[in-house]
Design a protein around this ligand. Structure first.
Ligand SMILES: Cc1cc2nc3c(=O)[nH]c(=O)nc-3n(C[C@H](O)[C@H](O)[C@H](O)COP(=O)(O)O)c2cc1C
Length: 211
């Protein structure tokens, strides 16, 4: 099957959105928690969180155009400078998905979606109590992507809270052991299974593969 640029343009809007949104493969599932003095707490699902560098420890995520639609997560991050990133696991996948509904500013997704806000280590933004991996973030900068008016929001990790037994002796988090999920497109959730762990790839150690 071939899908040309022309047929992408001619595709029904929803079909195109589903295809292009899912074509990169599995994305991480995270809940971003924020707080606003006026409206209280907020939590929403984001699949675009990406690692930008380890020293300083930076993560980014892509925010859709702000435009006329309320972007509570964005407004709250700009107001307070702090937010949390919380992994989604199988038991909370459905609740997490529904945080994407367009709730009013004053309505907390925590309450509506049956998730629990939790404040830890004097961190001002709410963590998601049910998540096994919780990351406290400080806003650093935003980059406007002119091609489509989206923004990359960049922050620095301040806290990582996770079950001790989920981290292996090298510092990797075993995502399968904590039942983390992956996202395909906008509404497909996958369970994860580790199939291998390969060593750092040195040219002189590459096995003699043949095709
Ligand atoms: C699976 C999934 C992944 C999503 N990922 C993103 C994302 O990476 N960036 C984004 O701007 N919106 C994303 N959304 C949409 C937001 O969750 C949605 O716009 C939400 O209402 C934003 O909440 P807020 O207005 O409280 O910030 C995603 C929605 C779903 C269902």
């Amino acid at each position: 099957m071939r899908v040309s640029r022309k047929s992408i343009e001619e595709m029904h809007r929803v079909r195109r959105l589903n295809l292009i949104n899912g074509i990169t493969g599995i994305k991480p599932a995270n809940l971003i928690g924020t707080y606003s003095k006026q409206y209280g707490s907020n939590v929403s699902i984001f699949s675009s969180v990406v690692h930008l560098g380890s020293n300083p420890p930076l993560l980014g995520f892509i925010l859709r155009p702000t435009g006329e639609i309320n972007r509570n997560t964005y407004d709250n991050i700009r107001e307070t400078g702090y937010y949390t990133i919380n992994h989604v696991h199988e038991t909370i996948a459905e609740k997490s998905h529904y945080t994407s509904a367009k709730f009013d500013h004053g309505e907390s997704e925590f309450e509506r979606c049956g998730l629990t806000e939790e404040y830890l280590y004097d961190f001002s933004a709410p963590f998601v109590q049910e998540s096994y991996v919780k990351i406290g973030m400080k806003f650093k900068e935003e980059v406007l992507i002119e091609a489509n008016d989206t923004r990359m929001i960049i922050g620095e990790i301040q806290e990582i809270i996770l079950p001790e037994e989920s981290m292996d002796d090298k510092g990797y988090v075993r995502l399968d052991k904590i039942f983390d999920v992956g996202i395909g497109g906008l509404n497909n959730y996958y369970s994860l299974k580790r199939i291998a762990s390969y060593p750092y790839a040195r040219v002189e150690e590459v096995p003699p593969f043949r095709n």
